[in-house]
Write a protein of this length. Structure first.
Length: 73
């Protein structure tokens, strides 16, 4: 299992599938795991793993992508 982790925090209602698909395609070949909260991982599909515990984003992830699906004013 790779030591590099990309943790995703996504908008709870907006469709972020295109953004997540791009991240998964870039992460996989580079040996980076993509994780999200279990409820988000389930809806985000293949390539996104549920994190083992909520602290995984903070303790194991070196990069945090926030705001996928956020609408600008």
């Amino acid at each position: 299992m790779s030591g590099r982790v990309l943790g995703l925090v996504v908008h709870p209602r907006n469709d972020v599938s295109a953004s997540v698909e791009t991240l998964v395609k870039l992460a996989g070949p580079n040996g980076i795991r993509v994780v999200a909260r279990p409820e988000d991982a389930q809806r985000l599909g293949d390539g996104v793993e549920p994190m083992l515990v909520p602290e995984e984003l903070r303790d194991r992830g070196r990069h945090l992508t926030d705001g996928l699906g956020r609408k600008s004013d």
